[in-house]
Design a protein around this ligand. Structure first.
Ligand SMILES: Nc1ncnc2c1ncn2[C@@H]1O[C@H](COP(=O)(O)OP(=O)(O)OP(=O)(O)O)[C@@H](O)[C@H]1O
Ligand SMILES: [Mg+2]
Length: 248
């Protein structure tokens, strides 16, 4: 079992993500990181997830995706990380068209996307550090590089003191912060969060938003679905609103 030291590493996540921020401008103009063109998603049973969606998201944006249950929020994120394929239209993420992207090519693209779910999806028999390190191990990072990256990620989410705890020893808020650390440990330029605050009380929800805001201030693009209108108002970022599969 992997054991990672809890001593703080001088490498800061900020310095490693700042590079992303510098890449945000092309000749002074923001570049597009996510583009959907005439996208329609119809599931096998005939349910429609998205209808004729056209969106451009720029590097460094922080956007909320809102809408009633069933309006297509999760469908939109699933298309972006390749868990579902569009029925029609083009989905372009970080320069790659996801149409027909499979196997290794899809895996390579996913390395550039951090994903956060409502239900955390932590591995129960792994410590916080190990849950975070696991992503890097799967991608073939060296032990040294893993050590170099895990500590700043833990620090970013304020969980240095919980590094050796198991998920069941954590509060919901701490579990969600662990899952955020896991999502950002390989410093992806894009973070997709599907109802990340859905199981949290207002204080913990706001902590999650603050962490994502901080990441965004380093240049990371954040797309976050939520039902929480109060949170959207407080966070003060632009909103994409979905209704019955349409952006409205
Ligand atoms: N795997 C699936 N198979 C069939 N239909 C699906 C599937 N996933 C979603 N849908 C349908 O697609 C539509 C959009 O669902 P989606 O999960 O994107 O909504 P949502 O906005 O995320 O809702 P919620 O707020 O409840 O999470 C719904 O009508 C839903 O029933
Ligand atoms: Mg959903």
């Amino acid at each position: 079992m992997l054991k990672l030291p809890t001593k703080q590493n001088p490498t800061s996540l900020k310095s490693s993500t700042a590079q992303t921020s510098d890449e945000n401008t092309t000749k002074g103009q923001k570049s597009v990181i996510v583009k959907l063109e005439n996208v329609r998603k119809t599931y096998a049973n005939g349910s429609v997830g998205l209808r004729d969606v056209n969106i451009e998201i720029y590097k460094g944006d922080f956007k909320f995706i809102t809408g009633h249950s069933g309006s297509g929020k999760s469908t939109l994120l699933k298309l972006l990380y390749g868990a579902e394929q569009a029925t029609d239209g083009d989905v372009i993420v970080n320069g790659s068209n996801l149409n027909g992207l499979k196997g290794n090519n899809l895996a390579m693209l996913r390395r550039k996307i951090g994903i956060v779910f409502q239900d955390y999806k932590l591995v129960p028999r792994r410590t916080v550090s190990e849950n975070i390190a696991f992503v890097l191990m799967a991608q073939g990072y060296t032990y040294k590089e893993i050590q170099r990256r895990v500590q700043p990620a833990l620090k970013m989410v304020g969980l240095m003191h919980k590094a050796d705890c198991f998920p069941e020893e954590l509060s919901g808020g701490e579990q969600q912060r662990t899952s955020i650390a896991r999502a950002i440990v390989n410093t992806p330029p894009l973070v997709l969060a599907d109802e990340p605050t859905g199981n949290l009380d207002p204080d913990n929800a706001w902590q999650v938003i603050k962490i994502l805001k901080k990441l965004n201030s380093f240049g990371v693009t954040v797309l976050l679905t939520t039902h929480d209108e109060q949170l959207v108002r407080a966070a003060n970022h632009p909103v994409l609103h979905l209704q019955n599969g349409y952006i409205v």
